[in-house]
Design a protein around this ligand. Sequence first.
Ligand SMILES: Cc1cc2nc3c(=O)[nH]c(=O)nc-3n(C[C@H](O)[C@H](O)[C@H](O)COP(=O)(O)O)c2cc1C
Length: 400
Amino acid sequence: MNMQKTPEKWSTLFSPLSIGQKRAPNRLVVQAMEGNDGGPAGEVSERTRNRYVQLARGKWGLVVVEAISVDERSKARVNGMVMNRKNLDSFKKLVDAFKTENPDGLLLFQLTHSGRKSGAFSRQVALYDRDRGNAELLSSAEVEEIRQMMVEASHLSHEAGADGIDFKLCHGYFGAEMLRPSNTRDDKWGTSFENRTRFIRESLRELKSSLGKDGFILGSRISMFEGIRGGCGTASPDSYIEDLTEMKRLIAMMATEGADYINVSAGIPGWTSEITRPTNPSKYFYLHHFRYCKEARDAIASADVLSAMKIIGSAYTILREEAPDYAEENLEHGLVDMIGFGRQSFADPLYPEKLRTGEAINYCTACSACTRLMVNQLHDGCVVYDPYYRGMLKQLQGRT
Ligand SMILES: Cc1cc2nc3c(=O)[nH]c(=O)nc-3n(C[C@H](O)[C@H](O)[C@H](O)COP(=O)(O)O)c2cc1C
């Protein structure tokens, strides 16, 4: 074990944090990152497991396992994973392998339904009519069925040994579609704020009273502002102007319902991608993410209860060498409790340990090749530092 001392200037970043009844050994988070390399039935493959073992070796405080579908009929990626009883053993093996390398690190599973963002190979479904293309409109009963699948998948995640779940409400997938002002369904799932938040409210209540007792971590990733007309972070179905009133109400509600954390993101990959993951020309979009975290903090303070709900921030990758200094400052100012990295975790799974010991770090160049591989349904990862993914990119280039 490397006993080198943690640099003093990042003492908060490397300090532990309680989340619900559990404790993360430091504030560094791997954001959910789809690698699209699961097995044929949506089980965790050896390749997928090995990626998480590498991250465990990096000693991140918390790792969110990439989007796992709760419904095998509606998946965004051909090789995406599916949480069901048939695949449970493979998820148990994933947790065991991770915990063997890093017993103190926390491991969450991100559970999702891809909704209208399900792949063309899959069943594409939508909650409301606008811009739905060929997607089928879901009935009231089908929405309730999806809610029950989310709850069931949470129980299976607990059985697999995960420390908690991330209930995905971000990036344009089903959970985000549900929250939008443009969800003008005329049943109990649409139009009013109460109806649009019913899905997460009822699920949280149900899970809190069962799994919450065991200290199982419950939280969600949200897109504070999606950047589309009538999207999350606007005030009406017809507006595209940012207005965070409802998203803050949602966060306050989740704090009141006892959620353990909120993971603050923004945008919709594929639609308003630069908002989600700033690239070199849009680098300063990270400032919006910082602001969204501040708004989330204000929202928690406005909740009806005194809440210990934690905030995870996103989009730190583009800051490269500057990231830990900004992270430390944001932690010290109380803007955020944990610091999330997406692409940087692909570029260098060992990032926290290297940061701590001063070893040279492979920095993400924000070339977006990982995304290109993913949207083309290939195994995806860092083409700059990993020859396997360079090979995938060549395969893709060979197709055109
Ligand atoms: C290849 C790829 C896969 C991603 N998969 C997920 C995912 O499964 N779930 C999720 O919430 N976000 C996903 N994201 C978004 C990232 O978690 C993250 O929010 C985004 O990359 C911005 O953070 P960064 O600047 O640190 O990379 C993905 C992003 C990329 C590039």
